[in-house]
Structures are given as C-alpha cells and as structure tokens.
Design a protein around this ligand. Structure first.
Ligand code: SF4
Ligand code: SF4
Ligand code: SF4
Length: 270
C-alpha cells in the first residue's frame, strides 16, 4: 500500500504505541474500498470512524496473551485456556458498568482493567505493567536418573541457576535465581532434570503512566483454578477500593497483598 508523504505526516500525530495498529486499520479500510494509495483523506476517515466506535468498544477490561499459542518454542506452560476463563470471569464482573459509575466523563481505553498472560518469563505481553500479570512456569526437579555431566542444562540456563561442578554427580538448582522457564529440562537428554511444579506465576498492580511501577509478584506457582480465584478476589478488591477508576496498583496496599498471599499460598512458596 502506497502512502503519500502528507498521509505519513498525518499519522505521525498518532501516539507511537498505537500507531502500528492505526496504520493497519487505515490500510485495511482503504483496501476494502478498493484503494491502493493512502492520502490524508483516508487517514481522516479512519480516525473519525475509530473515534466514533471507540466508546462502544470499551468493555471495561482487556485480556491479552503472548504469541505462545501460535507455536512459540519458549512456552513454559500453556495459558490459552486460562485466558479464556479469565475473560468470562471479567465479563461477568461487568467492569464497564462499574467504571461508568465511578469515572467522571467518557470512558477511555486507559481506564480498562488489564490482564496479560505470557507463557514464559520472556514476558512478551508485558505482564509486569498490567493490573494482573500471569507468567507460565515450569519448575525443574532433579530426578533419580543418572546424569552424564554433559553440561547442557548449565549452558541452557540464562539465569546461572544450574550448579554442576566436577565433584557433583548431578546438578543442583538455585531456586532463588530460577525463573521456571523449563529450558534446562528441555535440553536434558537423560531425564535427570524433569518438570516439577507447573502452572503460573502471578503479579499484581503494575502500571505505566505518570507514576509507573512494576507489578509485585505473589510467591509461588499457582494452578489454573488458583489463578482464577486470585483474579476473582482481585476483582472484588478493585471494586471495593477504586473510587474514581484508579488503576489496581494505586489502590492495592501491602496489607491487601499479604492477605492475598496468605489466602492463596502457591504450591511452592519461596
Ligand atoms: S512470552 Fe515466551 S512463550 Fe510467549 S511469545 Fe514470548 S517468548 Fe514465546
Ligand atoms: S527452569 Fe530456566 S531459569 Fe530455572 S534453572 Fe532451568 S533454565 Fe534456569
Ligand atoms: S542434568 Fe541432564 S543436561 Fe544436565 S548435565 Fe546431567 S545429563 Fe546433562
């Protein structure tokens, strides 16, 4: 699709974090109309349609998952089923109605409650800056199978969490460094390293904006059912404490976090 310099200049006014999406929408609309060239008129037409439909599109929540389910080789634990269940739960929570009752003026995208799931610690969907962030986890365990001391697990670990020196018969995992990515398990030819706990790490209260901060991680690895219960409790907490549609991280206190940790102790608290 050809873009005139004027159209390129017009689209530069769009904030950079949505520019790619907006350009794709403009090109799609132009192609649907049988056009092969984008001028400022196409940019303006899409802008008007985008703004007109925007309010209806705001559901009150946004749930996203990384590209793991498309076949990413880094997946530590699949999260597509969990994401669907979270969508149902948030829909039932009717966050749009809640936000309409407490936000002054029209609802905007940044008011929405955000959940992101990444299927490995590479965190492509940026769970650390979402209201609830979820990361697929596969924790290694050392089995009774003989180790050939091939060092493949040591090389595979980017966290320097696999310890194996000449005097040892098997590796040891330093769980203070391990991110449960499962890479060491995948390369072990003997089964000496195998999957231990699998599930999800959960992080709460991340945000960007004027006062950004990263989400705080609850200790341990959680099952799908546990994550759903945590999301449900977070919903109740958010609705109770957010008076003006503030982001979850702004209203979540240390006491709230401690209560959540106590109530939902992960399989492997660490
Ligand atoms: S977060 Fe991990 S599994 Fe998901 S797309 Fe990124 S690298 Fe792949
Ligand atoms: S699971 Fe990942 S981070 Fe943990 S020891 Fe294995 S390779 Fe290292
Ligand atoms: S645990 Fe597996 S990958 Fe690691 S050194 Fe032993 S045989 Fe090799």
């Amino acid at each position: 699709m050809e873009w005139t310099p004027e159209a390129e200049a017009a689209v530069k006014n769009v904030p950079f974090f949505v520019r790619k999406k907006v350009k794709a929408a403009i090109e799609k609309e132009a192609a649907d109309a049988g056009k092969s060239r984008i001028t400022p008129a196409e940019v303006e037409a899409t802008r008007k349609r985008f703004l007109a439909g925007r309010d209806e599109e705001i559901t009150g929540f946004q749930v996203e998952i990384c590209f793991g389910p498309s076949g990413c080789l880094n997946r530590a634990h699949p999260g597509d089923r969990l994401v669907k269940a979270i969508e149902v739960l948030l829909k039932e929570a009717d966050l749009r109605a809640f936000l309409e009752s407490c936000v002054k003026g029209p609802l905007k995208y940044h008011h929405q409650f955000r959940v992101a799931l990444a299927e490995c610690p590479n965190a492509c969907s940026q769970p650390q800056i979402k209201d609830i962030g979820i990361i697929g986890a596969c924790r290694p365990q050392v089995t009774r199978e003989d180790c050939t001391l091939c060092q493949a697990c040591v090389s595979a670990c980017r966290e320097d969490a696999v310890r194996l020196d000449d005097t040892e018969e098997k590796p040891a995992i330093d769980f203070t460094r391990c991110l449960s990515c499962g890479k060491c398990i995948a390369v072990c030819p003997t089964g000496t390293l195998a999957s231990g706990e699998t599930g999800f790490r959960v992080q709460l209260g991340g945000k960007l904006g004027r006062h950004p901060h990263l989400a705080v991680e609850l200790p341990g690895i959680y099952t799908e059912a546990q994550v759903l219960r945590i999301v449900s409790d977070c919903m109740a907490l958010y609705k109770e404490k957010s008076r003006r549609g503030e982001r979850f991280g702004e209203v979540l206190s240390d006491e709230d976090l401690n209560r959540l940790v106590e109530k939902h102790a992960g399989k492997n608290n660490s």
